[in-house]
Structure formats: C-alpha cells, structure tokens
Design a protein around this ligand. Structure first.
Ligand code: SF4
Length: 432
C-alpha cells in the first residue's frame, strides 16, 4: 500500500496524535518531543465508541491492544476536534515477530476504509523499518527519553507505595505531576550526576506524604505491555485495586526495553545472529542496568520505600521454568516477572491477557500451573480483556482473587498470633 510520508513541512503544520500507554512516562515523551519542535498530543479518550471503532475498522481476529489503539485513533479523527488535513498519527513498531510490528499496516488499511487515507502515520521504531523525512529520533532525544523513562519508572514505583496509604486524597498524584514538570524543565541539562541528586529529593518529597501505617495486601500486575500499563486497556486496574484497599505493585517499563536488548544477545548466543551489533547491544544493556541501579541504591539508602528487583534478578527468576529462547510477545520476561514477584513476597498477581494474543497466553496463562507447582502459595488470576468482556465480569474475577488473598492473609496472621502466644506461654513457664 502506498504510504503518506510525514514530510519536513508537516513538522510545522501537523499535530501528531499518540495513543496513551504509560500515564507518567508518556508525559515526559510528550514534553521531549515538544521541546524538539513537534506538535504532539497524547490521546486520553475513553468510552465504548473506541472499541466500536476498533471493531468496525479492524479484523475481529486482531489482538485487543491493536483494536483499541486503532479504534482510539479513528475515534479522535472522527470527533471533529481536529483538522484532519493537518493531523498525523504515531505508532510504535517493535520489529519482533509479533503483531506489534504490523499494527501500522492494519492502521493504514483502517484509515483508508474510514476515509482518512490522507493522514500520515509515523512509525516509531529502532529497527530501521520505516523512515519519514520530517521525523527523526536524534541521539539527544533518545538520551532524554532514556532519562524520562528512568524517572518515570521511579515515580510510578514510589507513587504506588504512597497512593494507597495517603491521608489526603490526591497528594501522591499531585507530587508526581510536580516532578514531571520539574524534570521536564531540566531536560537540557540532564546528567548522570543529577540523577542521584534528583532521586534523593524526590524520595524525600514522597516520604513526607502523610500516610496510614496499616499494611495493605500487595497485588502485582503483569501482562502484555499495553494491557499492563494502559488504563484504557486494563480498565484502570491500578485505581480499582487501590479502591479495593490494595497496593498495586507494577515493575518499570525499562525492564521491557532491557528484555528486547537481551533477546538480541540470546539470538547471538543461540543462532549466531546479530554478529555486528551484539557488542553494542551488550554495552547499552549494561549501561541501562547501571542507571537502574542508581534508583535502587537511592531507595535503599533512604530506607523508607521498598526497592524493585534488579533486571538480573528478574531474569534469573525463571531459570529452569522457561527457556530464554521463548521471546514472542513478552516472552520469558512475563514468566520471570511473576516468579520475581512471588520471590519478593507479592504472591497475589493479576495477569492481564488481551484477546487474540497467542504469545502471551503461552508465557502467562500457560505457565501458571508450572509456577504454582513450585510456589503453591501463588495466587495468580488471569483476566481476559476483549471487546465483549464487561468490566463487571473482570472486576468479579479480581474480587474473587482478592478474597483468596484476604483469607490467606488472615490465616497467616492467625498463625503468627498463635506462634507468639505459644512463645509467650513457654517463656512464662520457664520463668515460673
Ligand atoms: S504481544 Fe500479543 S497483544 Fe501485544 S501486539 Fe503482540 S499479539 Fe498483540
């Protein structure tokens, strides 16, 4: 299909619409692109009409994230809020074997069918798949994006340890917003040294939020990347868990980036592929992990919040359970994330499964039995997200999982109390 290119002139005349996936990280992304001369807007719309547009314009066998993203874009174009002669759309292409590489062709087909064939679609990829003369990810933009995502991961991680416990509703979200603005203003002068300084003050700021002390049930969220992070995809799962009195535990998105890099190294090891690039990839992976360690050390030094696992720890968690050659969709990473959560005592896990996603059904639902055999205390629920699934059904499944979690927590507490009473009795007997 002939594609409409995003030209240099369009950079001045066109607004680029981007579907929202990570509410914190994508605000950094938006600010970085704006600072580099792009007019960019994040699509934050929701509602049944998005699913309807997806169903109307995409084959109904297509995986649910593709259906939602394309539906959201066409819904925006039809909304009357934009001059469609001056609009472009941006979408990522992973370059892997999964459908995420082919969304762009589905989107172009859908646009043509809906009467928007003239709207240019920009592919954001790191695999030299498609180029547009008006869109270029420069070295400095990539570095800023890396920093933006490092800060995004830190903010998401700490926010989830504050929001469920905050005494004044909205305090954690307000602080997140303050830090997004603060860091965005520093993008011209970001450096490795500043990272440590910023983390320190950021952690102090969050530690100062007035919080309840009563511990809550922790629930890990894993799944296909869009379903795991996008509130539109998972029906605002984090907020639902907080409303139910739980603490969501969501690992950072940079682990997914590292997983993609690691797969290149695995390809080299298994099939002798990527002979030219593997040294560079290995170096990039080490550098990102080194930066991630900065965040972990800062949290550890401060001592108020729980630190996340290192990428090495996550990766090694699934050894002997799934082979690292399994790398379609979220591949071995998804299984590793579930095991890493259980190992760090977060045994209640929601696995977000999109309709039509074969790879993630294998590495998520398909691995549950194996994981439960090794870790019998694992309380994993796979929730299906598809165009016909109702929110009520999904929430009922979640509530069932939570009632199991509460039962286990009560049982553990009763056992603990029994042990403490027995100890006290023994002590009283000895000292009589
Ligand atoms: S991982 Fe699954 S849901 Fe995500 S793009 Fe691939 S097939 Fe679709």
């Amino acid at each position: 299909m002939n594609r409409v290119e995003f030209t240099k002139e369009m950079k001045k005349t066109h607004k680029i619409l981007v579907p929202m996936m990570l509410p914190i990280h994508f605000q950094f992304l938006q600010n970085i692109f704006r600072q580099n001369g792009y007019q960019i807007e994040l699509l934050q719309t929701k509602g049944q009409q998005i699913i309807d547009e997806g169903l109307k314009n995409v084959h109904n066998d297509t995986c649910y994230p593709a259906l939602l993203v394309i539906g959201q874009m066409i819904d925006a174009l039809k909304s009357g809020n934009y001059d469609t002669d001056h609009i472009a759309l941006a979408i990522t292409q992973t370059g892997g074997g999964c459908r995420a590489s082919n969304y762009i062709h589905l989107l172009r087909k859908a646009l043509k069918q809906a009467g928007f064939g003239h709207v240019p679609v920009i592919s954001v990829n790191f695999s030299k798949l498609e180029k547009n003369s008006g869109f270029k990810l420069t070295g400095s933009m990539l570095l800023r994006l890396l920093y933006g995502f490092l800060y995004g991961d830190m903010l998401m991680w700490i926010k989830n340890q504050c929001k469920p416990y905050e005494r004044h509703a909205g305090a954690s979200d307000a602080l997140v917003q303050k830090w997004i603005n603060n860091i965005s203003e520093q993008f011209n002068s970001l450096s490795f040294l500043k990272l440590h300084h910023n983390y320190k003050i950021m952690l102090e700021d969050f530690a100062a939020i007035k919080r309840e002390n009563t511990p809550k049930i922790q629930v890990g969220i894993v799944g296909e990347i869009y379903m795991k992070y996008a509130p539109l995809g998972n029906n605002e799962l984090e907020d639902f868990l907080i409303k139910e009195g739980c603490e969501p535990v969501v690992s950072g998105v940079l682990d997914f980036g590292l997983y993609c890099l690691e797969n290149t190294l695995i390809d080299h090891e298994y099939y002798n592929r990527s002979r030219k690039s593997y040294r560079f990839v290995a170096m990039a992976s080490r550098y990102i992990q080194h930066l991630q360690m900065k965040a972990i050390k800062a949290i550890r030094q401060q001592g108020v919040f729980r630190e996340p696992d290192t990428f090495q720890e996550v990766m090694e968690s699934s050894e002997g359970i799934i082979n690292r050659g399994t790398k379609m969709g979220e591949g071995w990473l998804l299984t590793s994330e579930m095991v890493a959560l259980i190992k760090s005592n977060v045994s209640n896990i929601v696995c977000c499964q999109p309709f039509g996603c074969l790879p993630n059904h294998i590495v998520a639902k398909g691995m549950t039995r194996k994981i439960k055999n090794i870790y019998p205390n694992a309380n994993i629920v796979a929730v299906d997200y598809d165009p016909s699934a109702t929110r009520v059904n999904q929430e009922n499944r979640l509530k069932l999982m939570l009632s199991n979690a509460r039962l286990t927590a009560r049982f553990a507490q009763a056992e603990e109390e029994k042990r403490a009473a027995a100890k006290q009795q023994a002590y009283a007997y000895e000292t009589r």
